[in-house]
Design a protein around this ligand. Structure first.
Ligand SMILES: Cc1cc2nc3c(=O)[nH]c(=O)nc-3n(C[C@H](O)[C@H](O)[C@H](O)COP(=O)(O)OP(=O)(O)OC[C@H]3O[C@@H](n4cnc5c(N)ncnc54)[C@H](O)[C@@H]3O)c2cc1C
Length: 430
């Protein structure tokens, strides 16, 4: 039996024969034990299905959307414990109502917390680490059906957060929180590339979170989004030194020039963190809907040169592209994080839904970015022959060998292995 369940972008139909929807941790444990005794290989946790590749696929899926949606704030420890199926949008509403916040969000609030941290999902900001870096605890049902609690003092946590489902099913994630804050965002249009590349560090430091949207054509960046924390109650956009050229937008804009009702409020108007940090609102389809995505992260010192390399490929990229986004991410210590021990620049592509053409172009882009040590985003499309070649990933991720050992310790018989993990050398053959 095969399912007709697809990912969000509908470019992948899960090949799994069965999709389980457990409602409790005990049900997850029973499922794992049952799969093990039935000799199933490829039992995979499934979040909100926002990845663009087969990372979540396997013989059977454990969809976590029906799991008890618990959210427990510990004000003393300044943490929140979140059930394995909860989405960031739901968590954010809850936290804000209780006076709390997480440090950053991705471009959309629709994604599950567990799925996002499992793939090193990030937002933007020179000083903002990716979302996974806020994790201070995990509860994971391992291959023997036992529930493991991982804490920062266990050396394993740094390897277990960004784990692509290879260690088991995360039934709860504990995140650091901070008091709620307001953010204002401003958008500028037609910002000259010369001004951006000539002062790249100053431009990305000119707000808490900066995004450049480009189609790689012409001499200007189409849109520059800047988000900054503002004080209460008077908070408004404070532009700082006038180092960013371009025209300040006087109406809300969409990065793809679509209906801006789906984007969060701009124009320098302050509002709660969770209504400004994502680009898109929870009640609307984020981005375009019909699209594919890829992203490569380079050490930030290489940012301008990597951008120039992509500008040199604009004749190949632009015909397939809806829009690209350039962001910055602070380094962390998570073994498979795309920002592991290096401040990074993310070079993202939102493609037209033309998968064969996009897949034919990715090796060319990866060759152009290879001199900069570009790490592919785990949840988006990348080439299986270039960056996906196991030796290459091991060069990019110095802790990959240790990750394989950790995965083997949690799952000696390969219950959670799938084609993706094997293809990219992320697990040892069993
Ligand atoms: C419109 C759009 C915008 C996006 N914007 C951004 C962005 O701004 N920044 C960014 O970095 N990425 C972005 N992404 C990518 C997205 O954040 C990642 O693909 C993320 O993994 C999605 O989470 P998910 O719950 O949908 O994961 P899924 O696709 O459901 O699963 C992803 C992986 O996580 C594992 N997993 C899921 N739940 C669990 C669990 N409970 N226990 C163990 N493993 C689990 C799965 O096994 C799989 O390996 C975007 C995607 C879309 C569609």
């Amino acid at each position: 039996m095969t399912t007709t369940l697809t990912n969000w972008a509908k470019n992948h139909t899960y090949r799994a024969g069965t999709v389980h929807e457990p409602r409790s941790v005990e049900e997850v444990q029973t499922l794992v034990r049952g799969a093990r005794s039935r000799g199933v290989r490829g039992l995979r946790a499934l979040g909100s299905r926002h990845c663009f590749n087969d990372v979540a696929d396997g013989a059977e899926l454990v969809a976590l959307g029906s799991l008890d949606p618990e959210i427990e704030v510990d004000t003393e420890a300044r943490t929140v414990r979140v059930g394995g199926g909860v989405r960031y949008g739901t968590l954010a509403e809850h936290l804000h109502a209780e006076g709390w916040a997480v440090h950053n969000l991705a471009s959309l609030p629709h994604i599950s917390v567990a799925g996002a941290v499992a793939t090193a999902t990030h937002g933007s900001g020179d000083a903002r680490r990716n979302l996974a870096a806020a994790v201070v605890g995990l509860e994971v049902v391992a291959a023997d059906g036992g529930l493991r609690h991982l804490l920062p003092q266990d050396g394993d946590l740094a390897g277990a957060v960004v784990s692509l489902g290879a260690l088991g099913v995360m039934t709860a994630v504990t995140l650091e929180i901070e008091p709620t804050f307001d953010v204002a965002q401003e958008v500028r249009t037609a910002v000259p590339w010369d001004a951006v590349l000539g002062a790249f560090d100053q431009v990305t430091a000119s707000a808490d979170s900066v995004s450049l949207f480009t189609r790689w054509e012409g001499e200007v960046v189409d849109q520059l989004w800047r988000k900054s924390r503002v004080g209460r109650p008077e908070g408004a956009w404070a532009p700082g030194p006038e180092l960013v050229a371009g025209t300040v937008a006087t109406e809300n804009l969409h990065p793809l020039d679509l209906d801006a009702r789906s984007t969060t409020e701009q124009l320098g108007r302050p509002g709660p963190w969770h209504e400004r940090l994502p680009h898109f609102r929870m009640a609307f389809t984020p981005s375009n809907g019909a699209e594919l995505q890829s992203e490569y992260l380079v050490p930030r010192g290489h940012g301008p040169a990597a951008i120039e390399a992509l500008r040199g490929l604009s004749h190949l990229i632009a015909p397939l592209l809806l829009v690209s986004e350039v962001r910055t991410i602070a380094q962390d210590e998570l073994w498979l994080s795309t920002a592991y021990q290096q401040d990074s620049v993310g070079l993202h592509f939102t493609w037209k839904p033309l998968q064969p053409e996009v897949e034919a172009l990715l090796p060319r882009i990866e060759r152009a970015l290879a001199p900069f040590g570009a790490r592919p985003h785990w949840g988006k499309l990348f080439s299986a022959t270039e960056a996906g070649e196991p030796g290459r990933l091991a060069e990019l991720y110095p802790r990959l060998g240790q990750f394989r050992e950790l995965a083997a310790a949690f799952d000696p018989e390969g219950l959670f292995h799938n084609d993706y993990l094997r293809r990219h050398g992320l697990v040892s053959p069993v």
